[in-house]
Design a binder for this molecule. Structure first.
Ligand code: ADP
Ligand code: ZN
Ligand code: ZN
Length: 661
């Protein structure tokens, strides 16, 4: 008889995350089994083999569900994630395994990856086969491959040809008999990349968030039992596919927020991939034109290699002509429009006359109410936290969502004395109406969170790429990654909009979006223009975003983070409760805050709040939050565990939150 520790899949009860079972035969660590727990059977993963019989009685394993064991690196990463994020073990397994893991799909012929995944033809992607790497790209490949394993940051400006670099390293990894995982931030970008990879590699496995449970299961089995090394392309969840002999993980556009899983089990893909690659002795390439401030700081501090690509890849490509237009200056407007300034209207008109495209970007999440001076761009900020205050119309108060500070909105601007204070930004619908009014003959498409099914960027990518849409209007989804050959003008409607969000990451996010959207033009030899409208043209995020100057922005922003004691100079734990009444939420928040202070007050922590959450009312509930800041991550894990036990699930717990919103 053999004895095994089995880690339960799913929520079998908090105290049953691991149990010991007996089995007649030998089982490898990583084998997925069915075991009895109480009166029921549960799925589990063999995580340890015991060399001695335990001194308590063990039930037998009921059944071996999958013969092929999970690769070792997944077992290690599972264990690490449970500890680092103070999260439920069973939930982490559920993230790793497909829902139908116990059902063997009929279609899998073990060695038939190619047929299985090459079924979806894609149109309109601009595949260049047999591109010869330029000097900068070749150098980047050499520098990345000089690193045996671990993370490399690849900072390459938009259009520098990072995809070709990924392809070359992927080819070399496959040639060494090891598998590759390429992560992309969202579906709309997958199509371009997949075309590109399929033109060169035969075994390309693609996953996406819209797959059915059956498809997911097929892909998972096929990867688990693959006889050859494979290339996997997919969203963050693809990181957990059971590849053997993982040799390379690429995280493309690694600054994107979608690499954070925001629902339980919460995790940051970059952090997990970094852990995974060090377990598997694989390379990790973090690619972006605008890496997150924290990641860049970390790379520098840990002496990780940073590879830079500063040259446009396409021969003859010319940078766009960029202009920042000050919205506080009346002269910049004609009588035609209050939304589009005269310089923007002029280039829009030119482009449309020449049958070329215009892209208008607006950061809609930034339309939160705050107080801003229309004359000088002054914005109300918290004196304690240096983040913007949010307007609460009902109480006519400006509130800091981090520390709870409140004040009355000023009647006139404290900086310039002007009485015209604005409280709310414009939305994309307004922009669309304005564009329709001014350009009635143009074909206009708007993309934002409200886009209907089948009307998203990925659905209409073919039309956008072919120039069938004259004016593209949208939020975040149109800022990144798109390669649009007919595009002549990028207009940023109000570049500072995102700076109004009460979050330490607001400036960085604004910089990234402005830089990314300006990177949509200047990719070919055609002349192009980027017009950036802003009430605060001198803000580093706006000015340096327009110039796509990462190095300068990093230097400025890292000082701000240090001043505010924000990441990467501290770790954060965000705790949110929701109750039917505000009084209950406030009471619970105060109670928990004082409990944390009482129990952990002697350690190096700072409790910010309680304060109302930014999204204060969600589904009829009142939400309040507490943010705990610490120098030590382990302290926050302790507090997280304490809160979990004390609150019985009443509090949402976020370690290393991506934002404080
Ligand atoms: P990035 O992802 O770094 O923004 P891309 O990988 O999208 O840049 O490349 C930008 C453009 O340059 C693409 O159209 C690509 O086909 C082209 N390109 C990349 N490398 C080369 C090369 N070595 N020679 C010619 N064109 C290239
Ligand atoms: Zn003012
Ligand atoms: Zn504050």
């Amino acid at each position: 008889m053999f004895y095994y520790d089995v880690s339960m899949v799913g929520n079998v009860g908090k105290f049953y995350s691991e149990l010991t079972y007996a089995h007649e035969g030998e089982l490898a660590v990583g084998t997925i089994v069915k075991v009895p727990v109480g009166k029921k059977d549960s799925l589990g993963v063999v995580v340890k083999k015991r060399y001695e019989a335990p001194d308590f009685e063990c039930k037998p394993i009921s059944k071996v569900v999958v013969d092929t064991p999970l690769p070792r690196h997944l077992i290690e990463v599972h264990d690490w994630m449970c500890r680092y994020y103070a999260t439920s073990s069973g939930a982490v397994w559920q993230t790793f395994l497909p829902a139908r893991v116990g059902i063997k799909p009929r279609a899998v012929k073990d060695d038939d990856l190619n047929n299985l995944f090459n079924d979806k033809p894609l149109e309109n992607a601009n595949v260049i086969s047999g591109v010869k790497l330029n000097d900068v790209q070749a150098k980047a490949v050499r520098e990345i491959e000089a690193v045996e394993s671990g993370a490399v940051l690849l900072r390459g400006i938009t259009g520098s040809g990072k995809t070709e670099v990924y392809k070359q390293i992927a080819a070399d990894t496959l040639a060494a008999g090891r598998s590759v995982i390429i992560l992309v931030p969202e579906i709309s970008l997958t199509a371009q990349l997949v075309m590109n990879f399929r033109a060169r590699f035969s075994d390309v496995v693609v996953t996406h968030s819209a797959m059915t449970a059956a498809e997911r299961n097929r892909v998972w089995r096929a990867v688990l039992t693959a006889k050859r090394p494979v290339v996997i392309i997919g969203p963050r969840s693809a990181l957990f596919l059971p590849v053997k002999n993982l040799g390379l993980v690429v995280i493309d556009e690694c600054h994107e927020p979608s690499y954070r899983q925001e629902k339980a089990p919460r995790y940051n893909t970059l952090t997990v991939a970094s852990k995974m690659c060090s377990e598997a002795l694989a390379r990790l390439v973090l690619g972006s034109a605008t890496p997150s401030i924290s990641d860049y700081y970390l790379a520098k501090r840990l002496n990780r290699p940073i590879v830079t690509m500063d040259k446009l890849a396409r021969p003859g490509a010319a940078r766009p002509m960029t202009e920042i237009v000050d919205l506080t200056k009346r002269d910049n407007f004609s009588t035609e429009s209050h939304i589009f300034t005269a310089p923007l209207l002029k280039v829009m008109r030119q482009a449309l006359n020449n049958h070329r495209q215009v892209l208008l970007f607006h950061n809609r999440r930034g339309t939160a109410g705050t107080a801003m001076c229309k004359n000088c761009g002054w914005t109300a900020a918290c004196p304690n936290c240096f983040i913007p205050l949010t307007l609460h119309g009902d109480k006519y108060q400006l509130v800091c969502h981090l520390c709870g500070f409140t004040t009355r909105p000023p009647l006139k601007c404290p900086d310039c004395g002007n009485a015209e204070i604005v409280y709310r930004g414009i939305g994309t619908k307004r922009i669309e109406e304005e564009a329709k009014k001014l350009f009635p003959k143009a074909t206009i498409k708007r993309f934002d969170g409200d886009s209907e099914k089948g009307q998203g960027v990925q659905d209409l990518y073919g039309d956008l790429h072919a120039g069938k849409v004259d004016i593209i209007i949208g939020t975040q989804t149109i800022a990144k990654g798109l390669d649009l050959p007919h595009l002549a003008v990028v207009g940023v409607v109000q570049a500072d909009a995102g700076l109004m969000l009460p979050d330490f990451g607001a400036s960085e996010r604004t910089f990234q979006l402005v830089a990314q959207v300006c990177g949509r033009v200047g990719r070919s030899d055609q002349p192009t223009v980027a017009i950036i409208q802003s009430y605060r043209p001198d803000e580093p995020a706006v000015r340096l975003g327009a110039a796509q100057d990462y190095a300068d922005f990093y230097d400025t922003e890292i000082r701000e983070r240090q001043r505010g004691h924000f990441p990467p100079f501290s770790y954060l734990l965000k705790l949110t409760c929701s109750y039917k009444t505000e009084a209950c939420a406030v009471r619970a928040a105060n109670k928990l805050a004082s409990e944390i202070k009482g129990k952990f007050g002697d350690q190096k922590i700072k409790i910010l709040g309680p304060a109302p959450s930014f999204y204060e009312r969600l589904r009829g509930m009142y939400r309040w939050q507490i943010v705990v800041r610490a120098v030590n991550h382990a302290t926050l894990v302790e507090i997280a565990n304490f809160v979990e036990q004390a609150s019985k699930g009443r509090w949402a717990i976020e370690l290393d939150p991506g934002s404080l919103l």
